[in-house]
Design a protein around this ligand. Structure first.
Ligand code: GTP
Length: 202
């Protein structure tokens, strides 16, 4: 029997081939890790349900260059962008990869929903626990959430879940402007995002 959800948001995952986008989805949605995954063809779809009434529709896009012309199709009406970067590269390549995907999002922001958010994940932390996020990236104010993760071990995946839970809650409360939170005040969105970011910077 199909279930209807009164609230939904769309998430699109971007990043080079092999950075671990599919493994991240598998960990987030099914809490599992498969060591050898085939490259994604076009895109894959998964859903993440926060509560009975809210669903995230997740598009895991293909990182291979030959599928890039398809990306705009998956970005349309997206609310949350995940950019995934593999930490197993030198810092110049990490910066290059970040700029490439960040610029891609900015250049296509006409496709995205208003108030879209960008979350950045540095994956494969299990291979280098001393990795540090480059300062320029850390100071980028247009990134709502930055985290070091490992899809393999599940490290910090709970932080992604807790962020998605919070964003879902904000969405539900702000799309019903008359409903107030427990303190009797309407959420200050910018403030909440700042708090999430502060809390989650590694
Ligand atoms: P495309 O589908 O080509 O875009 O690649 P992708 O970004 O979806 O990469 P995928 O999830 O298929 O992961 C590629 C490989 O990276 C996997 O086969 C895993 O072996 C490895 N991998 C993914 N996540 C991790 C991680 O957290 N740690 C380690 N050590 N390896 C990982």
């Amino acid at each position: 029997m199909s279930k209807t959800f009164n609230y939904r948001q769309k998430v699109a995952i971007l990043g080079d081939s092999g950075v671990g986008k599919t493994c991240l989805v598998n960990r987030l949605v099914f809490n599992m890790y498969i060591n050898y995954t085939n490259p994604t063809i076009g895109a894959a779809f998964a859903s993440y349900v926060v509560n009975d009434d809210f669903i995230y529709e997740i598009w895991d896009t293909a990182g291979q260059e030959r599928f890039h012309s398809l990306l705009p199709m998956y970005l349309r009406h997206t609310d949350i962008i995940f950019i995934v970067i593999d930490i197993n590269q030198n810092i110049e390549d990490i910066n290059k990869q970040f700029i490439k995907w960040f610029s891609y999002v900015k250049n296509n922001n006409n496709l995205l929903n208003k108030d879209y958010k960008i979350c950045l994940f540095f994956n494969k932390l299990d291979t280098n626990k001393y990795f540090q996020v480059p300062e320029d990236i850390l100071n980028n104010k247009e990134i709502s959430f930055i985290n070091l993760i490992s899809a393999k071990t599940g490290y910090n995946i709970y932080k992604i879940k807790s962020t998605l839970d919070t964003l879902a809650k904000i969405h539900m409360e702000t799309t019903q402007p008359n409903i107030q939170n427990n303190n009797g005040s309407i959420y200050d969105l910018d403030n909440v995002i700042k708090k999430i970011k502060l809390k989650c910077i590694p």
